[in-house]
Design a protein around this ligand. Structure first.
Ligand code: HEM
Length: 149
């Protein structure tokens, strides 16, 4: 009797721990935004498309006239990776010190966000994920916008 009870308990414990590990693996909370965006390859595509659009966008293209675009692209990729909980380190300068002298307006910030959204659409990112990345960038606005209107 005692042996039967013990083996019942063992089977129950085994079943419970298998169910728990399946749940943990499949839980949406365990999937990072980084993974959903396609990891480094996906983020790289997004940033390249966004910069291509920004450089043709009459509202903001002049801001990038004197920029080192290779450095900018590489730092944006690092930053998007960190922001989406990827395994990266951002090695660039702070947002405030970088953008302080550029006199960027709120409309220009929104223009870049729009270009980012179009870029994500172009590479096939679902709108649910587009919104999640944009929501993580939005708080940076106060460090980037230094001019009116
Ligand atoms: C959420 C929005 C933005 C993010 C996340 C962002 C991010 C960055 C990053 C990571 C850098 C590189 C920093 C470094 O050189 O160490 C940078 C530089 C720069 N950003 Fe932004 N930025 C944003 C918005 C904007 C907007 C709206 C403009 C202009 C319309 C802009 C213009 C620039 C320029 C011109 C540089 C290069 C400065 C240089 O060449 O030294 N940024 N930005």
């Amino acid at each position: 009797m005692r042996i039967r009870l013990l083996s019942c308990l063992t089977v129950f414990t085994l079943f419970f721990s298998m169910a728990q590990s399946a749940l943990t693996q499949e839980s949406p909370a365990a999937v990072t935004l980084y993974a959903e965006l396609g990891e480094n390859a996906g983020i790289s595509q997004i940033v390249d498309h966004m910069l291509a659009l920004a450089l043709q966008d009459a509202r903001i293209k002049d801001s990038f006239r004197d920029s080192n675009l290779k450095r900018l692209a590489s730092l944006l990729k690092e930053q998007f990776c960190v922001l989406s909980d990827g395994p990266c380190r951002y090695s660039g300068d702070g947002m405030k010190e970088t953008h302080e002298g550029l006199q960027i307006t709120s409309a220009q910030f929104n223009a870049l966000a729009e270009d980012l959204q179009i870029a994500m659409e172009q590479v096939g990112i679902a709108s649910r994920l587009q919104n999640r990345l944009i929501a993580r960038l939005a708080p940076m606005k106060r460090d980037i916008v230094h001019a009116r209107p």
